[in-house]
Design a protein around this ligand. Sequence first.
Ligand SMILES: *Cc1c(COP(=O)(O)O)cnc(C)c1O
Length: 244
Amino acid sequence: MTALNPIADNIALIQQHIEQAKTRFQAAQQVTLCAVSKSQPAAAIRQAYEAGQAVFGENYLQEALAKQQQLNDCVIAWHFIGPIQSNKTQQIARQFDWVHSVDRLKIAQRLSDARSAELPPLNICLQVNISEEASKSGASGQEVLELALNIKQLPHLRLRGLMAIPAPQHDLDLQRDQFRQVHALFEQLNAQGLQLDTLSIGMSGDYQAAIAEGATLVRIGTAIFGARQPKPANDSDLATKGAV
Ligand SMILES: *Cc1c(COP(=O)(O)O)cnc(C)c1O
């Protein structure tokens, strides 16, 4: 622990809380910590990286590309977790290792077309919308099987699992109720032979509940980096809807 790198302290604390949640809820799965660095400067990512964190999530393409360039000496797994506009699919497919926010076949096709055959397949999570009205993004429970089966056929993608952002709740049981529905959907897809291994659920305010319900990857921003800066007005991604 060093006062010089509070980001390192926060990561250590969250890793501890993840282990505690696994013990408390008898959750045997491995849980990957994805550090959500949207609106944080490259220097903050570097501090986390120097503390051993190598998985980062970004929401805005232009912002992410600029930071990737500043960090090109680091071995980082980059996860795209923001809403995807179809004119951004080319660069997303080339510059990221994972995309969590796929909710339409058209976007998946474009990502597959743009992914270079020399790179490993792009890892994909389907974003699902369990609490239908809470968020505009995400495929409904009924759409998701057909979408998953279609994506499974695309040559340069590897379908890994589901991602969800349920409505914020403060009560652990209410948080768990929502995540349980995502987990049930995940199990249904696996019963259809889809072989999914990634359940991307849980953020700073609810990751313990997500772990209780089977999260294999939690996406944590503010609990690591502190409050986010407002986005600069000249950012070309500003038009992107659904910014959190
Ligand atoms: C911003 C964001 C997060 C991180 O949220 P925190 O509450 O800061 O942990 C996780 N997932 C997605 C999709 C996000 O947009």
